[in-house]
Design a protein around this ligand. Structure first.
Ligand code: FES
Ligand code: FES
Length: 157
């Protein structure tokens, strides 16, 4: 099958790649570009482990084709820290142990960042609804929600 040339931006860097028309953005990120922070839990849009931000919108990378990234700006978990400076959400998740096995964590962090980017003062209910698409089988969610609330409060100061 002939490959399609894609020009896009990932974590602020201009990127070009060739991909099959049937490959998902998650395939491209993980298998072609070596960005393995985005996880594949279900491959069907149900778990949120593959969450990325595309042109400011939270999407499941397993539900988007790699060719659809043409001309878009993609943010992945690898772009969340600035050099060796973790994003406040990453710091807080470590500080209060809002993760256990960690499989869901990249997606939860990206989704939480997408929320705070658009709503710096979410209620607990809004956080729980926003993160409803990010499944976690370990934490029980309470520490995740607490981390997002505490970071939101700190970032508003
Ligand atoms: S791997 Fe994409 S939503 Fe589960
Ligand atoms: S920390 Fe294990 S699935 Fe969330």
């Amino acid at each position: 099958m002939s490959k399609i040339h894609v020009t896009t931006t990932i974590n602020g860097e201009p990127i070009e790649y060739l991909c099959d028309a049937t490959h998902t953005l998650l395939d491209v990120l993980r298998d072609q570009l070596g960005l393995t922070g985005s996880k594949e839990g279900c491959g069907s849009g149900d778990c949120g482990a593959c969450s990325v931000i595309v042109d400011g919108r939270l999407v499941c990378a397993c539900l988007m084709l790699g060719v659809e990234a043409e001309g878009k700006s993609v943010e992945t978990i690898e772009g969340m820290a600035t050099g060796d400076q973790l994003h406040p959400l990453q710091k807080k998740f470590v500080e209060i142990a809002a993760l256990q096995c960690g499989i869901c964590t990249p997606g939860v962090l990206v989704a939480s960042k997408a929320l705070l980017d658009r709503n710096p003062d979410p209620t607990e209910t809004e956080i729980r609804y926003w993160l409803a698409g990010n499944l976690c089988r370990c934490t029980g969610y309470d520490k995740i929600v607490r981390a997002v609330m505490e970071v939101a409060a700190e970032m508003r100061k």
